[in-house]
Design a binder for this molecule. Structure first.
Ligand SMILES: [Zn+2]
Length: 122
């Protein structure tokens, strides 16, 4: 029994997914954003501050390599991270849209989607 629990823990951690990320991926990427491609790899960085750099971002998306680095705050929920924001960058990358300054009206949707995740306990 002990071995089974250990194996379960290992397999739950090894793919790098955080608590609620799979549910959020289904809701945000496949649901709200209606994507059929794979979502980007998300690399979480445990920090109660921000990621590196002068602008102190909560997330960074790398379109060429199609992955995102996102700050995961302790006791955090995925709706409180930049997850939705970075997935929107990824969606744009797949559409060959370059909008680093967030000028498209679609960015206003991110807040609503985060509220939706929050209402699901994510
Ligand atoms: Zn951004």
């Amino acid at each position: 029994m002990k071995r089974l629990i250990l194996l379960t823990l290992v397999s739950a951690c090894s793919d790098g997914y955080r608590l609620g990320q799979r549910e959020a991926e289904t809701i945000v990427w496949y649901g709200e954003f209606r994507q059929t491609e794979k979502p980007p790899l998300v690399v979480w960085e445990d920090t109660d501050g921000c990621l590196e750099g002068a602008r102190c971002p909560a997330g960074l998306f790398y379109p060429d390599e199609y992955w995102a680095k996102i700050a995961w705050r302790s006791k955090g929920r995925i709706s409180a991270t930049a997850y939705v924001h970075e997935l929107l960058h990824a969606k744009h990358a797949l559409q060959n849209i370059y909008d680093p300054d967030h000028e498209l009206p679609e960015w206003r949707e991110a807040e609503r989607i985060n509220e939706l995740l929050k209402s699901q306990g994510l």
